[in-house]
Design a protein around this ligand. Structure first.
Ligand code: FAD
Length: 308
C-alpha cells in the first residue's frame, strides 16, 4: 500500500525537483548509487570483484523523450564498456540497459531507434568480451521489450532478459524463455501496476515468483535469481538442487547497497552472485523505487532531506 502511494507521489514535479537537488554523495543516494560518473562505477565494480562478486552496471536514466538523449545514453554505455575493458573487468562485469533510456518511448520510430541503439551496445559489449541484459520496465512496455529482445537475440543470443513475477503473464513468458542459452533474470517487479495485469499483495507475488522460478530452474536456460528475499533465496537453492543443477548453471543477483553481507555469504558458498550497480546523474526514478520497497529507507531518506 505504502509502496503504491509512494510510487504515485513520486511523479510530482515538485517532489522530483526537491529530491534531485540532493547531492549524490548524501547518505541515502550514495547507499544505492555508485556515483554520477563511469569511472566511479568502475571503481565500485573493482571493489566488488575483489570480494569475489560479479557485476551488472546500469547507466541511470529512463523515459527519454529526445533523440539526442537516447544517443547520449548509448554513447555513455560505449564509454563504460571501454573503461571496463581497460580495467580488465569484462569477464566479471556486464551491463544492464533500459530500452526507454535508448529511445523506446520516442514518438514514431521509438522502438526501431531503441533496437538500433541496443544493437550498438550489444556489439560493443561482445567486442569487449561481455554481455547485455535488457531491464524490464512498466507493463505497457513488456511486449515491445520482449520483441526487441527476440530481434537482438538473433545476432546476440547471449542477451539477457528480465521477467517480473508480479505480472500475471509472467509464468507464460518464463515458459517461452526457458530454453537453452537463454539468460533470464527473475525479479518481483518495481513499478506501480494495476490489478488487471499484476498481483497486488506480497503473498501472491511471492507465490508467483516460486512458480516462475520452478519453470526456469526445470528449463534449459540460465536463471538469474534477482531477489533479496531470504525465503525466496532458500527456495531457489532447493529448486536448483531438485532440478539437478550445478552451481554454475544459475546465479543470484542483488542490488548495490542491499544485503551486502548476504551477497558475500552466498559467494563464499560457491554461488555466482552478481551485484546490480547503478550510476549516473539521473538517479531519481531508481532511488524512489528503492525507497518505496522499504519504509525504513524512507525514514533514513527524510533525515537526509532535513539535514540538507
Ligand atoms: P522484497 O520482498 O521487496 O524484499 C525482501 C527483503 O529484501 C526485505 O525484507 C529487505 O530485507 C530486503 N530489501 C528489499 N528491498 C530493499 C531495499 N530497497 N532496501 C533495503 N532492503 C531491501 N525490477 C524491475 O521492475 N525491473 C528490472 O529490470 C529489475 N531489475 C533488477 C535487478 C536486480 C539485480 C534486482 C535485485 C532487482 C531488480 N528489480 C527490477 C527490482 C525488483 O523487481 C524488486 O523491486 C526488488 O528487488 C525488491 O524485491 P525483493 O525480491 O528483494 O523482495
Amino acid at each position: 500500500m505504502l509502496r503504491q502511494v509512494l510510487l504515485g507521489v513520486s511523479r510530482s514535479p515538485k517532489i522530483k525537483k526537491a529530491v534531485s537537488s540532493l547531492p549524490v554523495s548524501s547518505g541515502i543516494v550514495a547507499r544505492f548509487v555508485a556515483g554520477e560518473r563511469a569511472d566511479q562505477a568502475v571503481l565500485s565494480t573493482e571493489k566488488l570483484v575483489s570480494d569475489g562478486l560479479f557485476v551488472t552496471l546500469d547507466h541511470l536514466g529512463e523515459d527519454v523523450t529526445e533523440l539526442a538523449d537516447a544517443t547520449a545514453t548509448t554513447d555513455a554505455y560505449l564509454e563504460l564498456l571501454r573503461q571496463l575493458s581497460e580495467a580488465g573487468l569484462t569477464q566479471q562485469a556486464e551491463v544492464s540497459v533500459k530500452l526507454s533510456a535508448v529511445g523506446q518511448a520516442l514518438p514514431g520510430d521509438g522502438e526501431k531507434i531503441a533496437l538500433e541503439n541496443a544493437r550498438t551496445i550489444c556489439h560493443a559489449a561482445r567486442n569487449a568480451g561481455t554481455t547485455v541484459t535488457l531491464d524490464m520496465e512498466d507493463h505497457t512496455t513488456t511486449d515491445s521489450t520482449l520483441e526487441i529482445l527476440r530481434e537482438l537475440r538473433q545476432d546476440f543470443p547471449e542477451t539477457g532478459a528480465v521477467l517480473q513475477a508480479y505480472l500475471r503473464r509472467t509464468e507464460a513468458d518464463c515458459r517461452d524463455l526457458a530454453h537453452a542459452g537463454s539468460r533470464v533474470r527473475l525479479c518481483k517487479g518495481a513499478y506501480k501496476e494495476p490489478e488487471s495485469v499484476a498481483f497486488q499483495n506480497k503473498a501472491e507475488v511471492d507465490k508467483s515468483y516460486v512458480r516462475c522460478l520452478r519453470i526456469l530452474m526445470n528449463g534449459a536456460g540460465y536463471p538469474m535469481v534477482a531477489s533479496h528475499d531470504p525465503r525466496l533465496i532458500r527456495i531457489a537453492g532447493s529448486l536448483a538442487d531438485r532440478a539437478g543443477r550445478h552451481k554454475d548453471t544459475f546465479e543470484f543477483q542483488m542490488l548495490f547497497g542491499i544485503r551486502p553481507e548476504e551477497q558475500r555469504r552466498l559467494a563464499s558458498e560457491g554461488h555466482t552472485v552478481r551485484v546490480y550497480v547503478p550510476y549516473g546523474e539521473d538517479w531519481y526514478g531508481y532511488l524512489v523505487r528503492r525507497l518505496a520497497e522499504r519504509p525504513a529507507n524512507l525514514q533514513f531518506f527524510l533525515r537526509s532531506l532535513i539535514s540538507k
